[in-house]
Design a protein around this ligand. Structure first.
Ligand code: UGB
Length: 444
């Protein structure tokens, strides 16, 4: 069976945000049993069945897993290695979840070791909210960077649980131990172009994982309010700018965008059926210190310093490709503003008792900058001339431009981005040089 065929049969077996797949062979216990039964005696066959059954019961009763990469049906039930659970784990969880201020807010941040999740978790904790992180530490990009973020969070009093949003038992346990008031859902398979290489990881994290999380939220008592990361990419092939939340979003240009759009519709259904309060935030190309190494501003910096050629995409007739690059601190402000204005969910015991809040906001910078200008600023800051190659924008999911209308977020919670690209990149480059210690070697 080809890899693709295998994958299509095991959609639900992929870890959330699994990054670079290293697929194990799918489990073939039953095939083996069938083969062996033809050579074993009938009693040996039934002994095997019995042993398999005992092993199955044993695995079901074991605490669940870390969300590391393996492929197995019902992975959330069958996972063996326990990296969560136990008295000490629960003690750390409760401590981290305890607010230090009178706000009474306790927030579960998924994707807490990711770029935006890290900054949002820190900001929430700094102002006194109780914060628990959740992250599967997959290797889509350097997990060492994620561990460094985790260590910083740990020093600020945020416990990041290692686990996967697809792990139903873990989610249930988290909600059993902590009465979260809010969930800031930032775990996702990100990246527009990577979706062509690894499509199923997007379906698994951004659709299946999101649904698992909403299922857990819907059954939790109290139900939390949910604030989650959608994407500017849902505007797809739209040409009217700036992009407004009222615009159509039915022409995604990438699978990444399609999964975010699907998640927006799933959010609608859970709000409608179960009374979950849900706020979707459409982020516009977020950048800054502790950013994602898969993003252009990040690997351009690395390549320029290493003297490697960079590729700059251009549109038809040599038109420039532009992005509404948004600095991380502005995004954090937006996330906190959305959280603070979110209303309580209205469901109880999995049943809706009244209509609940459902909102969508653009969080952008309202000031698109051509990619050529991004490179010019980096050259200036790094004091190194880039070795550039210009290529037509490939049909890989990229769109020509993005531009946010942010008036809705402004009127609802005073969202007002303050950092222009040059200032933001200056902060990024300063961080980059100190983090990688001036080394021109590859990333850790
Ligand atoms: O707003 C979002 O919702 C998304 O933002 C981000 O996607 P993008 O805006 O595509 O960012 P990014 O890859 O940094 O490319 C930036 C620019 O460089 C151009 N680009 C890229 C690579 C290259 O080699 N050359 C090039 O010109 C490229 O054509 C583009 O114009 C997040 O990654 C994504 O997860 C999602 O959150």
């Amino acid at each position: 069976m080809s890899f693709l065929k295998t994958m299509s049969h095991h959609l639900d077996d992929v870890p959330s945000s699994p990054g670079k797949f290293k697929p194990d062979k799918p489990s073939l216990y039953f095939h083996r049993i069938r083969l062996q039964s033809s050579v074993f005696s009938r009693s040996a066959f039934w002994s095997l069945i019995f042993l398999t059954f005992v092993a199955f019961i044993f695995l079901l009763s074991a605490p669940s897993s870390t969300g590391s990469s393996y492929f197995h049906p019902r992975r959330d039930l069958l996972s063996g290695a326990a990296s969560w659970g136990g008295r000490e784990w629960e003690r750390r969880l409760r401590k981290s979840a305890t607010p230090k201020s009178s706000s009474g807010r306790t927030v579960l941040v998924t994707g807490a070791a990711g770029f935006v999740g890290f900054h949002v978790s820190r900001a929430l904790r700094q102002r006194g909210d109780g914060v628990v992180g959740l992250d599967n530490f997959n290797d889509y990009y350097d997990p060492g960077l994620k561990r460094d973020r985790q260590n910083i969070l740990s020093r600020s009093g945020v416990f990041v649980v290692e686990g996967d949003i697809n792990d139903h038992a873990l989610l249930k346990k988290l909600f059993d131990v902590v009465p979260f008031t809010h969930v800031m859902h930032l775990a996702a398979q990100a990246g527009v172009r990577y979706a062509m290489q690894n499509p199923y990881s997007y379906v698994h994290s951004n659709i299946a994982g999101f649904t698992k999380l909403l299922e857990a939220c819907k059954s939790a008592n109290p139900q939390p309010a949910i604030i989650w990361a959608s994407s500017s990419s849902v505007y797809g092939l739209n040409s009217k700018v700036p992009f407004s939340e009222k615009d159509r979003t039915d022409r995604p240009a990438s699978l990444y965008a399609a999964t975010k759009k699907a998640a927006e519709e799933i959010a609608h259904a859970y709000n409608h059926i179960y009374g979950l309060s849900i706020t979707g935030l459409r982020f516009f190309t977020v950048y800054g210190p502790y950013g994602r190494p898969d993003m252009a501003y990040f690997f351009f910096t690395k390549d320029i310093l290493n003297g490697n050629q960079i590729t700059i995409y251009e549109g038809p007739d040599h038109s420039s490709v532009a992005r509404d690059f948004t600095y991380i601190d502005d995004i954090v402000e937006g996330c906190l503003g959305a959280l603070d204005t979110s209303k309580k969910s209205t469901g109880s015991g999995g049943k809706k008792t009244g209509s609940a809040q459902l909102r969508t906001f653009n969080l952008g910078n309202t000031s698109p900058v051509p990619v050529t200008e991004l490179v010019r600023i980096l050259e200036k800051l790094l004091k190194v001339k880039a070795n550039k190659k210009v290529l037509p924008l490939p049909r890989n999911g990229d769109v020509k431009f993005t531009h946010a209308n942010i008036s809705l977020a402004h009127s609802e919670f005073g969202y007002e981005p303050k950092t222009n690209l040059e200032t933001g990149l200056k902060k990024f480059v300063k961080w980059y040089l100190s983090y990688y210690n001036g080394s021109k070697n590859t990333l850790r």
